[in-house]
Design a protein around this ligand. Sequence first.
Ligand code: NAD
Length: 547
Amino acid sequence: MRSFKILLIEDSAMQARLIQGNLESEEDTPFAVVIVDCVKAGAEQLATEKFYAVLLDLMLPDSAGIETFYRVRELAGDIPIVILSGLSDVSLAAKAVEEGAQSYLVKADASGEQVARSLRYAIQRSQAEHKEWDSPMLHLAQQQFLKAAQILNLDDNVRQRLLFPQRTLVVTLPFRRDEYHEVETVFGYRVQHLLTIGPTKGGVRYHEEVDLGEVSALAMWMTWKCALMHLPYGGAKGGVRINPTQLSRHELQRLTRRYTSEIIDMIGSDKDIPAPDMGTNEEVMAWMMDTYSQQIGHAVPAVVTGKPVVLGGSLGRKEATGRGLVYLIEEASQHIGMDLKQSTAVVQGFGNVGSNAARFLEELGTRVVGVSDVSTGIYNPNGLSVTSLQEHVAQHRTLQGYPHGEAVSNRELLELPCDILVPAALQNQITSENAPRLQCKMVAEGANGPTTLGADEILTERGIYVLPDVLGNAGGVTVSYFEWVQGLQNYTWTLDQINKRLHQTLTGAFHRVLLRSQRDNLQMRTAALVEGIERVAQAKLSRGLFP
Ligand code: NAD
């Protein structure tokens, strides 16, 4: 988990150690505190380290009063500053807030919990003010798009139109934890990238680092993915900036219901249809559907997909992304002449996508030698039993402590010798730094955006075959589409029908992309993006411009 590094500028050693102790023992937010006792030492730290916030005493040996704030503000740039004030200089602290400090705390009154809360808010507010769009993921999505647009010689008006989402909504939610009396303010997002083709579609992600840029990148990828699969949707995505693994079931439900009611004007079965993504699951979808239906006045199952089967969810949706990825791995292996029965696989992320991909690979006779989740990686060159891994996670929540393999870090896991590497967790995992050391023959992307642009080039040079995300993980939205169609028709299909249609849709798309990549001499990723973007551009141009 990320820890928030805080610079504490305070000349009373006792006071500083007390604050440090309180902050570093906070359970919800892992703070790491660096203490200095004067502005000069603070300047050295700010020049060399990245801090999330500064806690500042205004009365220091080398500076006093509001002057201290001005000097530190100059050094800190965008980093938020929280003032630590004595009882006698509260008016000075208030003046600092007028001049741009995020807030102030009176030392004698502030408990450890209050200092932590104040810092959390300061970091969130500063993020909202400065960094919402500034996401490496959005830069990656935009660079990939521009590269494909160049190849397509895309109409410049359309290019400008598609570079940013058409609609974005940022909401703040009041959120109360079970045992706390305080009400936290949590940020939530819903982004619709393209409204041209039909309703918009995309998952909802709960993660502590979600921001508007990340959600926008994911919405953009959804647009290309739906177009590539010939689904009648534009791309969308949602997110809430919170760590869901620390929430009780009640907390998760309260948060989900409030988030749903805040975005309710934007969603609907013919407008925008959410689904699960990282940190959310079918239970969360059931709460979203219930909240929406309560407000509309009748049950609207088709407002979300990925919901429980008993509420109109589709058979096969839960495992669709992992299953689809393995259908595509089969197709790609045939193409490159790799026998899956003689192959080994490493899977990063053991959630919905990763654990199902591992399970279906194992069923095909591929030996799964490495898996990981947020807690640890596990390696066993003789092969791991996916059922036994799933049982361990069901009992302990994570892979930590799994006994039948050697513990490795997530970094090490990516570099293990194997034939197929499946990133199925976070973005930005395969970079130009580690791409030269990968020891696989194929990267099959379950996660969205796991490979940076620089790493892509290196993988191509090294002859490593890439099954790109917009194709690789499209099984999820494809079965979501089947679920939506079944919901609108009030009719259900059998699992066999679902899997056959999924196989047909994915292999059809795989061969379109392969053909394009061979015809125009493109990497599979660029070919997939070109296929999707071309269809979107045709749709935009056919509709014309209003008025
Ligand atoms: P999930 O929440 O079910 O599982 C995520 C897994 O990643 C968990 O095992 C978690 O412990 C692990 N993880 C989190 N942080 C990690 C880290 N720093 N290092 C290693 N592992 C880490 O999520 P999911 O639905 O399986 O989604 C995984 C990826 O697949 C995401 O990129 C998501 O956007 C993408 N995706 C999901 C679907 C879907 O249908 N669920 C569809 C398309 C794409």
